[in-house]
Design a protein around this ligand. Structure first.
Ligand SMILES: Cc1cc2nc3c(=O)[nH]c(=O)nc-3n(C[C@H](O)[C@H](O)[C@H](O)COP(=O)(O)OP(=O)(O)OC[C@H]3O[C@@H](n4cnc5c(N)ncnc54)[C@H](O)[C@@H]3O)c2cc1C
Length: 291
């Protein structure tokens, strides 16, 4: 729904021109402006270039060349989402998200609207996110993590049967309906693996280049604030640039730089979770996985 609303706002704004399936492969700047080149050879020129290109940001490599990559945080999150209609758990639909702990495992359960936005009984979906720090060798084998950098997620069709069997075996530790949702996702072979990245920003601006969202900062999803803070970036940047023109725009970016401290704090708070989560090793768990 969010995406739909944003898309509608962009489509109806006279100054926004959306271009789809265009990959930026080069950026540059000089005293009078910035340029970007696409993989199809097009070149664009403007007063400013805003890098909103996510956790593997290309623009970041120009803003912070000394530290261009987000680090792998040391764990993966297995994700699934199933139609409530497919589940037969007893009792009413959960009304809010829940975080469950069991030994070293953490599971987020998320009641979500149906694809049509409906939250009527039986019409919604149940989502889950399972934190797992024991499957890192598999992530490296699949090329999802290389040299300490997250390269891509593990698509459902690429999740090994051994991982699905392990999740199935350990799902009994979770209460219903979350356990049912995990088991149904496994039965549907619809489990996505997202290796988690983290990036504490060094800076948000370099001349006429500026970063927002995950391009600027990558907090672990455990903070629950990655998307929110991306919107706060956009809002702060909009405020800083209100009424600016070609000459003043680059100077106005200084006001946006005030976001840096908040962004650093957010990622650091998530990193302390990641450190404590990946540091603990329970002997029972090791035995169970090894068996
Ligand atoms: C498992 C998980 C759970 C999460 N849960 C939450 C939560 O509960 N709450 C919350 O607030 N946040 C959450 N987040 C974080 C949230 O998803 C991100 O913070 C948010 O998506 C960042 O938005 P973005 O637009 O900066 O980057 P993205 O959503 O990654 O978008 C970047 C875009 O840039 C495009 N792109 C990349 N490179 C190029 C290029 N060279 N040229 C052109 N386009 C390019 C990509 O295709 C993509 O469309 C979660 C993240 C994960 C992984």
């Amino acid at each position: 729904m969010l995406r739909m609303n944003l898309r509608e706002a962009a489509d109806t704004h006279p100054l926004v021109h959306l271009r789809h399936r265009v990959r930026v492969v080069d950026v540059g700047q000089d005293e009078s402006g910035v340029s970007a080149a696409s993989d199809s050879g097009e070149r664009f020129r403007a007063d400013l270039l805003i890098g909103a290109d996510g956790h593997r940001s290309f623009v970041r490599s120009h803003v912070a060349p000394e530290r261009p990559n987000a680090d792998f945080a040391g764990y993966v999150i297995w994700l699934g989402m199933v139609e409530e209609l497919k589940l037969s758990y007893p009792g009413p639909r959960p009304s809010r998200w829940e975080m469950l702990h069991s030994g070293e495992s953490i599971l987020f359960g998320i009641p979500a609207p149906g694809a049509d936005g409906s939250t009527a009984p039986g019409r919604g979906r149940i989502g889950w996110a399972w934190y797992d720090k024991h499957s890192n060798p598999m992530l490296h084998e699949a090329g999802a993590v290389a040299n300490g950098v997250v390269q891509h997620s593990v698509r459902p069709e690429d999740v090994p049967e051994s991982i699905l069997a392990m999740l199935e075996q350990e799902a009994s530790q979770w209460s219903r309906p979350w356990r049912d949702a995990v088991l149904q996702s496994i039965a549907d072979r619809n489990v996505l693996g997202t290796p988690i990245a983290e990036y504490v920003p060094l800076r948000l601006i370099a001349g006429r280049l500026v970063l927002v969202g995950n391009a600027a900062h990558v907090p672990t999803p455990m903070t629950g604030q990655g998307f929110d803070s991306s919107l706060l970036d956009a809002e702060a940047l909009g405020r800083a640039l209100r009424g600016a023109d070609t000459t003043t725009a680059p100077h106005r970016l200084g006001d946006y730089d005030a976001r840096l401290r908040d962004a650093q704090r957010l990622v650091e708070s998530g990193k302390s979770f990641s450190r404590s989560y990946t540091a603990k090793e329970s002997p029972q768990h090791g035995q169970k996985r090894g068996a």
